[in-house]
Design a protein around this ligand. Structure first.
Ligand code: 5RP
Length: 228
């Protein structure tokens, strides 16, 4: 079975009937949502209400009969489930290469548990070594943000679609992707620095947020845990 699917199926055990849950975005989450829909259909789970982190996730959830809500209606979530682009040994993450990082971060901060589902290819010893760090910016003065990000020691580029236009998030903002040659030296310092810059909306570093990471390997599933 596909490793992403194995991680997704494993995560279902952490959902209880009556839970209010956050639904992340991406291909691993699509598999989780499908499995959740099947559990609702079979009666294994019932009374689940979900807050989606993207229009795509909302659509996938609707298609399999998951009842949707918003953070305006649900003050707290029992659990948020999401994928990730990179996971380090301390359960710190890079997320957002599905362009949903802002809503994913907002939803995660409302959840009692934040459970990440990945296949083993997402594990890294240093964040920023597998791919770029995505950063959502306002569309006003994007070049200025790119210049500022470049002086942090990365190659920063506006994320473009095949037709050469900026790819936008569901919030209507462009994303700058930042490549670090040898990965990110000090993620906490970098996160604080980026967060302090006016015009940057959110970055894809999710530090000290995940409470559990479910990792699918070829022959087994492992869990990494943290007391958040
Ligand atoms: C979306 C995300 C995704 O969780 C991340 O990109 C992983 O995606 P996939 O499950 O498709 O590998 O952060 O913004």
């Amino acid at each position: 079975m596909d490793l992403k699917k194995q991680a997704a199926l494993h995560a279902l055990q952490y959902i209880r009937s009556g839970n209010v849950i956050g639904l992340g975005s991406g291909s691993t989450m699509a598999l989780f949502i499908k499995a959740l829909g099947a559990s609702l259909k079979s009666g294994e789970l019932s009374d689940i209400v979900a807050v989606p982190t993207s229009e795509e996730t909302a659509q996938q959830a609707r298609e399999v009969g998951v009842k949707l809500s918003t953070l305006d209606e649900c003050e707290r979530l029992d659990v948020a489930i999401d994928g990730a682009d990179e996971v380090d040994n301390n359960l710190n993450l890079i997320k957002g290469l599905g362009r949903a990082l802002l809503r994913e971060k907002v939803v995660a901060t409302h959840a009692d548990e934040f459970i990440i589902i990945v296949d083993k290819t997402k594990l890294v010893s240093r964040l920023g070594t597998r791919g770029p760090l995505p950063i959502e910016v306002v569309s006003f003065a994007v070049d200025s943000q790119i210049r500022w990000l470049t002086q942090l020691g990365c190659v920063a580029e506006l994320w473009l679609s095949d037709n050469g236009l900026a790819l936008l998030t569901d919030n209507g903002n462009p994303i700058v992707r930042c490549w670090f040659d040898d990965g990110i030296d000090n993620p906490k310092h970098l996160a604080a620095l980026i967060k302090s810059r006016t015009g940057i909306v959110e970055h894809g570093l999710f530090l000290d947020m995940a409470t559990k990471v479910i990792v699918a390997h070829e022959t087994r599933i492992t869990e990494m845990e943290s007391a958040r």
